[in-house]
Design a protein around this ligand. Structure first.
Ligand code: BYC
Ligand code: FE
Ligand code: FE
Length: 472
C-alpha cells in the first residue's frame, strides 16, 4: 500500500487508475497546475537541474529518492500515509466510533472549507517566495528553497485530491479557485492574512519557514486527528515533509546569528551594518513580525468554529492521545478578557478555547527553537537574548485585535504604540538594509554570502560545495 506507483501520469498510492472518473478529473487539473507553477513558481529557474528529493514510498523508512530534476518535471502526486487498522474517532461527541471513509452530509460544507483553507496556504507560500532565487546566499540555500516550494506544490495536490474525490462539482470548482487566487492580490487574495504578506528577502524566508510553516505543522497535527480518515492520512504524510521546511528556517537563522556574532567579534568597535551582516535588533524585529502574524493563523482565542470542529471530530488537538479527556464538555480554560481598557481573566468552555490550546503548544515549540538560537549567541559570548513577544503583541485576529500591546504584553494606547512601533517591528530602513545585503545572489558552489555562515553539512551526505543547482 505504501509503495508509490510512479509509472502513472500522476504518481500515487491510492490506486488512482481504478477510479477512471477521478483520474480523468485530476489529469484535467494537472495542466492547469503546471501553468500556475510556470507562471507563479520560482522565477528564472524552471529549466535548471535541481538536486531534489522525491517521495517513493509513504512509510517512515527510506521514502525519499534524491536526484537532479527540473522543477516542472517534479513528480507531484497523491500520497497518503498507510491506514491505521480499526481507527476510531479520537475526539468530540462521537469519540470512539469508527472513523469515516465518506463525509457525512451535515459536515460537508465545513470540511470543504477547512480543506480549502489548508489548500490555499500551499500555493500562496510558493507565490510569496517566487523571487527569492534571484537573491540566494548559496546554491545550498537555493536548493532548499526549491525543495520547500515543490513540496508545498505537492501539499496543494493533497488537498485537491480530497476536493476532487469527495466533494463532486463544488470540489472541482474549489480546486480551480485554488489556482486563481494570488498572494497579495487586492482583488483576489489568498484566504489567510500571513499568506498575503510579502516574503521577499531571505531573513523573512527563514522566519517564515520557522514560524509560518510551524503553524502548518500544528494545523496538520490537528487535522491528522480528524474523523474523516482520508484527511487524517493525507495530513499525516504531509507532516513528514513539513519537518524539513522548519529545519530550513531554524538552521537558516542559526547560521545568520553565527555569522553576525563572529564578524562582530572579529571587528570590535564596528557596527553590524558597517560590517555587512544582519544586526541582532533587526533579527528580533523580523522575529516579532513573523511570530505575531503566524499566531493569527490559529484563529480567534474564543471560537465557536473551533468548538464545533472539535465537537464534530473534524479537527482535534495536536496529538490527542496525550490528553485524557477527549470529549471536553465539562472543562474550562482560563482566558484573558479585556473590558474597559483593563485586562482580566475569565473561564471559557474548553471546546471554545481549542484554537488557544493549539496556539499554546505552538508557542512552546517556537520557544524551543528560539532557545537554540540563543545558545548560538551565547557561545559567541555576545550579550543579547532573542525573545518571543507576548501573544498579545501585534495581533490582527481575535481577542487582542484592534488594541495595542507592548512585546511584554502590557496594554498601551495608540500614541505610545506609534512612538515605539519602529523599535518593535521591521522598518523600511531594516528592509532596505536587508535587501541591500542580498542584491547579488551567490551561485558558486560552496560559496556563502557575507551575511550567513556555511551550513554544518550538506544534503544527503553531499558536501557543502556540491552543485545543488546546475545553472548552466
Ligand atoms: N486570516 O473562529 P475564528 C500551512 C477568519 S499553514 C484571515 O476566529 P477559526 C502552511 C476565519 O476564517 C496551516 N482570516 O477562527 C504554512 C473566520 O471567518 P468567517 C493552514 C482569518 O475558524 C506555510 C473568522 O476569521 N491550515 O499549512 O476557528 C507554508 C473567525 O474565525 C484568520 C489551516 O489553517 C486569519 N489569520 O480558525 C505553506 C487549517 N484567522 O467564518 C503552508 C484549516 C481566522 O467569519 N483552517 N480567520 O468567515 C482552520 O482550521 C481555520 O480556518 C483557522 C481559523 C484555524 C484558520
Ligand atoms: Fe505545506
Ligand atoms: Fe511547509
Amino acid at each position: 500500500m505504501s509503495q508509490i506507483d510512479h509509472s502513472q501520469k500522476i504518481p500515487n498510492n491510492v490506486d488512482l487508475s481504478s477510479d477512471r472518473k477521478l483520474q480523468r478529473a485530476l489529469e484535467k487539473w494537472l495542466p492547469n497546475f503546471i501553468s500556475w507553477w510556470t507562471e507563479m513558481g520560482p522565477e528564472g529557474f524552471q529549466t535548471k537541474d535541481v538536486y531534489l528529493r522525491t517521495a517513493i514510498s509513504a512509510d517512515s523508512q527510506g521514502w525519499a529518492h534524491f536526484d537532479y530534476v527540473k522543477m516542472p518535471d517534479y513528480r507531484w502526486g497523491i500520497f497518503l500515509a498507510d491506514p491505521v487498522k480499526d481507527r476510531r474517532i479520537p475526539c468530540g461527541d462521537d469519540y470512539g466510533k469508527p472513523v469515516w471513509q465518506e463525509i457525512p452530509g451535515e459536515h460537508r460544507n465545513t470540511l470543504r472549507r477547512i480543506i480549502v483553507t489548508q489548500g490555499d496556504t500551499e500555493p500562496a507560500s510558493v507565490e510569496q517566495q517566487r523571487l527569492l532565487g534571484q537573491t540566494c546566499p548559496s546554491l545550498y540555500d537555493l536548493r532548499n528553497l526549491f525543495q520547500v516550494n515543490v513540496e508545498e506544490g505537492r501539499h496543494l495536490w493533497a488537498m485537491v485530491y480530497l476536493l476532487h474525490s469527495y466533494f463532486g462539482r463544488d470540489g472541482r470548482e474549489e480546486a480551480e479557485a485554488l489556482l486563481e487566487r494570488r498572494s497579495g492580490d487586492d482583488n483576489n487574495p489568498r484566504i489567510l492574512g500571513a499568506f498575503n504578506a510579502p516574503c521577499d528577502d531571505w531573513l523573512s524566508f527563514f522566519m517564515f519557514t520557522f514560524f509560518t510553516d510551524r503553524d502548518g505543522k500544528y494545523q496538520l497535527l490537528a487535522l491528522s486527528e480528524s474523523a474523516f480518515d482520508p484527511l487524517s492520512r493525507t495530513t499525516r504524510f504531509m507532516l513528514t515533509e513539513e519537518a524539513h521546511h522548519m529545519f530550513v528556517g531554524e538552521t537558516g537563522i542559526l547560521r545568520v546569528l553565527d555569522r553576525t556574532c563572529q564578524v562582530m567579534k572579529d571587528n570590535p568597535g564596528k557596527s553590524a551594518r558597517e560590517l555587512g551582516v544582519i544586526d541582532l535588533e533587526t533579527i528580533q524585529r523580523a522575529l516579532n513580525f513573523w511570530y505575531s502574524i503566524s499566531l493569527d493563523l490559529f484563529g480567534g482565542e474564543v471560537s465557536s468554529n473551533a468548538a464545533s470542529y472539535f465537537a464534530a471530530g473534524l479537527k482535534g488537538r495536536a496529538k490527542e492521545a496525550q490528553y485524557e479527556d477527549h470529549v471536553c464538555l465539562d472543562q474550562v480554560f482560563e482566558m484573558d478578557k479585556i473590558e474597559g481598557g483593563k485586562l482580566s481573566q475569565e473561564e471559557v468552555p474548553l471546546r471554545n478555547a481549542m484554537n488557544e490550546v493549539l496556539r499554546t503548544e505552538y508557542t512552546e515549540d517556537c520557544q524551543r527553537g528560539v532557545n537554540k538560537w540563543n545558545r548560538m549567541i551565547q557561545e559567541h559570548g555576545v550579550d543579547f537574548v532573542l525573545t518571543l513577544p507576548s501573544r498579545r503583541f501585534n495581533r490582527q485576529i481575535g481577542l487582542y485585535a484592534g488594541l495595542y500591546f507592548t512585546p511584554e504584553g502590557s496594554l498601551i494606547g495608540r500614541e505610545e504604540w506609534e512612538a515605539k512601533r519602529d523599535t518593535w517591528l521591521p522598518t523600511d530602513t531594516d528592509r532596505a538594509y536587508v535587501k541591500s545585503l542580498m542584491n547579488r545572489p551567490v551561485y558558486e558552489p560552496g560559496k556563502m554570502a557575507n551575511w550567513i555562515a556555511a551550513p554544518k553539512q550538506g544534503i544527503k551526505g553531499r558536501p557543502v560545495d556540491f552543485e545543488y543547482v546546475r545553472l548552466d
